[in-house]
Design a protein around this ligand. Structure first.
Ligand code: ZN
Ligand code: ZN
Ligand code: ZN
Length: 140
């Protein structure tokens, strides 16, 4: 990862480098607003972050995730990794657990064959109530 960042350092400067640094420190996907509030004040505006995330996604350096609440979330993609994984999200406190497990590849192959599709992939996130929220009675 370090080498990759260094290798592309001539291209990635300013706000984009700062954004990658924030994502590197953060183990779960962040929204544009979360990235914005993690950046030093006056470093860049929200519109710059939107543009930067679009570009970084096109470069394959970040991956976009959707937790179904209308806010795109971004996570750094590791070197030699396609970034494919899933999340378990608490519907009360929005805690996120990284899930390494995935469907057996046979399921995708079966779906592809049954429908005459090629190159079938999937996006999937899990939702539930985390252990901590199970302990505390629901508020508001
Ligand atoms: Zn993740
Ligand atoms: Zn929770
Ligand atoms: Zn999967």
């Amino acid at each position: 990862m370090k080498n990759r960042l260094r290798g592309q350092a001539h291209k990635i400067t300013g706000p984009r480098a700062a954004i990658l640094e924030i994502l590197r420190k953060h183990p779960h996907p962040l929204t544009n607003r979360e990235i914005f509030s993690a950046l030093p004040k006056d470093d860049c505006d929200l519109a710059t972050i939107y543009r930067s995330m679009h570009l970084l996604e096109k470069m394959g350096m970040v991956k976009r995730f959707d937790f179904g609440d209308g806010a795109a979330r971004f996570e750094l993609v590791g070197e030699g990794d396609d970034g494919h994984h899933h999340h378990l999200v608490c519907t009360r406190c929005s805690a996120v657990v990284e899930i390494g497990e995935c469907f057996p590849v046979e399921i995708e192959q079966r779906i592809a064959t049954a429908n005459g599709f090629k190159a079938v992939t999937h996006k999937l996130e899990f939702f539930g109530i985390c252990p901590e929220c199970q302990q505390t009675p629901r508020q508001k």
